[in-house]
Design a protein around this ligand. Sequence first.
Ligand code: GSH
Length: 213
Amino acid sequence: MLKLYSYFRSSASYRVRIALHWKQLDFEYMPVHLVKDGGQQHSEAYRRINPMGHVPALDHDGFVVAESVAIIQYLDAIFPQHRLFPADPQAAATVTQLVEVINSGIQPLQNLKVAKALEGEFGLTTADSQRWIVRWIEDGFRNLERLLERTSGTYSFGGEISAADAFLVPQCFAARRFGVQLENFPVIARIEANATRLEAFKKAHPSAQPDFV
Ligand SMILES: N[C@@H](CCC(=O)N[C@@H](CS)C(=O)NCC(=O)O)C(=O)O
């Protein structure tokens, strides 16, 4: 039995939803509202599930793991159909490189708690904290675009769906939400268009989730 703690708009949750649907796994959707009640991710009950106070977290028959990279690697190990991290060491390293550019290099800088701190503790206006987010997404996308020119085919890593696509598509969704013009990143935009035609990506989209508003 799989349970996913998720918020419809969270890009990190969206990554894991893609992985679960790509592997055609049934799961129970456990909504965690990141804004309501001051953010349900901060509640004592949720911190027992993920001490970081982040979504996503996965519960597999009582085994709980957070961090989307760890979750997807775990899913690959337990449910090896439609692998997202390739077995070949060089292919795996390339996919992980693409994943980490997004996971470590872009998403943390746009996180809700970062924007809150910029506005609450450092006195930025909402407009300035949004400029910060756009600045770092565009910086990351410029580098990613160059990397993907070398690695991509139909998808981020050649012609096969990989974890890199499960990270790229949600990052594009977030980028658009913050006002980044994706036309400036033609390789990224092309891969996103190709991947989002697939059923698993459609099912994982924020607008298809039970907590979507
Ligand atoms: N590296 C983590 C990132 C998790 C993360 O930052 N989640 C965000 C939503 S996308 C969150 O829960 N933020 C809560 C907050 O900022 O208060 C992962 O890949 O799972």
